[in-house]
Design a protein around this ligand. Structure first.
Ligand code: CDT
Length: 313
C-alpha cells in the first residue's frame, strides 16, 4: 500500500508595493487552477504571499505598517481562495503577516485541508535580520522589528493522510527545526521563503544562496526521512533580487522537482509518504540509534562556548 500525495509548490514572482491583495489573490487562484489540472492534493504558497516583503523598509511608527498584516484568516481578500480551493477539493498552505487580537505580530503559515477546514497556523520561530533601522544598508531586513519569534515551536499535524509540519524561510537553515518535527514522525514539511540574493552582512555568501538553499532543504529531508517542499517568492521585488529555485525534496534527499524561473510557476511532484519509512526505519531509526543523553547542549545552551585552553584568533 502506498500513500500518495500530489503536492504543488506554487512559487510567486515579485509582489511590488503597489500590488493589491486582490491582484495577488488572482495570481494565487491561477496557480491553484494549474494545481487542479495537474492533480494536486495540496498547493503550497510562499512566505508573506499576500504582500511585498515589507521588512525591507523601516518605519519609525510600526502602526504605519499595519496594512501589511492580516487581522484574520480567511478575510475578505482571501475568501475567494478558500472558496475555490474547497470547490476544487485542494488543500493549501499560505504564508502571511498576522496582527492578532492581542496586538502580537507574527510571520505565519496557515494550512488548510481539502474540505476548507484550517488544520493549523504556524508562527515562524527563527526570525532573522535586525531590529533597529540600519540606514547604511542598501535595503533593510528588519524582520526582528516587525515580528515576534513564534512561541509554539514546530508542530506536526495529522492531515492529508500523513504527518505534516511547517516552517518558514530562515527556519530551514537550522537543523533543530527539522529534528523537532522528525521526532514527531513528520512525513512532509512545508516551507515558504523570501531569500534576497544579496546578504548584506557578508556578500561572499551571495553567489552561494542557491547552493545553501538546496543544501539545507536536502539535508533536512534526508536526515529526518521526510519530504520537504520549499517555495520561494523570487525575482526582482522593489529592486531587490530574490532567490527562486523552489523545490520538492524526497526523503532520500534528492530534488524531484525544481522551479526553472523566478516568476509565478507551479512545480508538482507525486510524493509517496510511505517512502519516509525507508529512512525512518533503517539508517535513521531514531529509537535505536539516537543518543539524546549526549545532546544536552542543544537545548541547555544558546550560543557557542570555547573549549578550555589557549584562545586562538
Ligand atoms: N525571510 C527570511 O527569513 N529570509 C532570510 C534571509 C537571510 S537573513 C537576512 C533567509 O534565511 O533566507
Amino acid at each position: 500500500m502506498t500513500r500518495m500525495l500530489t503536492v504543488g509548490a506554487a512559487q510567486l514572482g515579485p509582489i511590488q508595493k503597489e500590488h493589491t491583495r486582490e491582484e495577488v489573490v488572482q495570481r494565487l487562484l491561477a496557480l491553484l487552477a494549474q494545481g487542479a489540472e495537474r492533480g494536486c492534493d495540496i498547493v503550497v504558497f510562499p512566505e508573506l504571499a499576500l504582500t511585498t516583503f515589507f521588512p525591507r523598509w523601516f518605519v519609525e511608527d510600526i502602526s504605519e505598517a499595519d496594512h501589511y498584516y492580516e487581522r484574520s484568516m480567511p478575510n475578505e481578500a482571501t475568501q475567494p481562495l478558500f472558496d475555490e480551493a474547497k470547490r476544487l477539493g485542494i488543500g493549501f498552505c499560505l504564508g502571511y503577516a498576522l496582527l492578532d487580537d492581542d496586538g502580537h505580530r507574527w510571520n505565519v503559515q496557515t494550512l488548510v485541508e481539502r474540505d476548507g477546514t484550517i488544520v493549523a497556523t504556524y508562527r515562524k520561530c527563527h526570525i532573522p535580520g535586525h531590529q533597529e533601522h540600519q540606514p547604511d544598508r542598501p535595503f533593510q531586513h528588519a524582520e526582528r522589528y516587525y515580528f515576534e519569534p513564534g512561541d509554539e515551536g514546530f508542530g506536526v499535524w495529522k492531515a492529508f493522510g500523513g504527518n505534516v509540519g511547517m516552517m518558514i524561510c530562515n527556519d530551514r537553515r537550522w537543523p533543530e527545526s527539522y529534528r523537532v518535527m522528525g521526532l514527531q514522525s513528520v512525513e512532509m514539511i512545508l516551507c515558504g521563503y523570501n531569500t534576497p540574493i544579496h546578504y548584506v552582512p557578508d556578500p561572499s555568501q551571495d553567489i552561494l544562496q542557491g547552493f545553501h538553499n538546496s543544501l539545507v532543504l536536502q539535508s533536512g529531508a534526508y536526515q529526518n526521512g521526510t519530504w520537504v517542499v520549499g517555495v520561494a517568492k523570487g525575482g526582482v521585488e522593489e529592486g531587490v533580487i530574490g532567490l527562486g529555485q523552489s523545490c520538492i525534496i524526497a526523503p532520500s534527499g534528492q530534488i524531484v522537482a525544481q522551479a526553472l524561473t523566478t516568476d509565478d510557476e507551479l512545480i508538482v511532484a507525486n510524493c509517496d509518504l510511505d517512502w519516509c519509512a525507508r529512512y525512518k526505519d533503517t539508517l535513521f531509526d531514531f529509537d535505536l540509534y539516537r543518543r539524546p543523553e549526549l545532546y544536552g547542549r542543544i537545548t541547555e545552551q544558546r550560543g557557542a562556548v570555547q573549549p578550555e585552553g589557549p584562545q586562538y584568533g
